[in-house]
Design a protein around this ligand. Structure first.
Ligand SMILES: [Zn+2]
Length: 83
């Protein structure tokens, strides 16, 4: 006999339990390093791209700057390109 527990259904608004497994240094395969200076520390910075008012994706009706997050080397300032 199958008993379905209707109270245990994951709903869109219900609390979602997410297991977080802590990582240790043993789990690191490789540290991402800056290709210019080999520093392993990065800052998150923002670029701002001007989107034309004529672009259908721009719903503000006027030219608008949109923030684009980028990672910047903490040591030499080079932008990290992910590809
Ligand atoms: Zn660097």
């Amino acid at each position: 006999m199958n008993i379905h527990n209707i109270n245990n259904k994951p709903g869109p608004s219900g609390p979602q339990e997410q297991k977080i497994i802590p990582l240790t240094p043993d789990d690191v395969k490789e540290m991402l390093a800056c290709p210019e200076c080999f520093s392993e520390a990065f800052f998150e910075a923002s670029k701002f791209a001007l989107i034309s008012a004529l672009n259908p994706k721009n719903q503000s009706g006027k030219d608008e700057y949109v923030g684009i997050p980028v990672m910047v080397c903490a040591k030499c300032g080079s932008e990290l390109k992910k590809d």
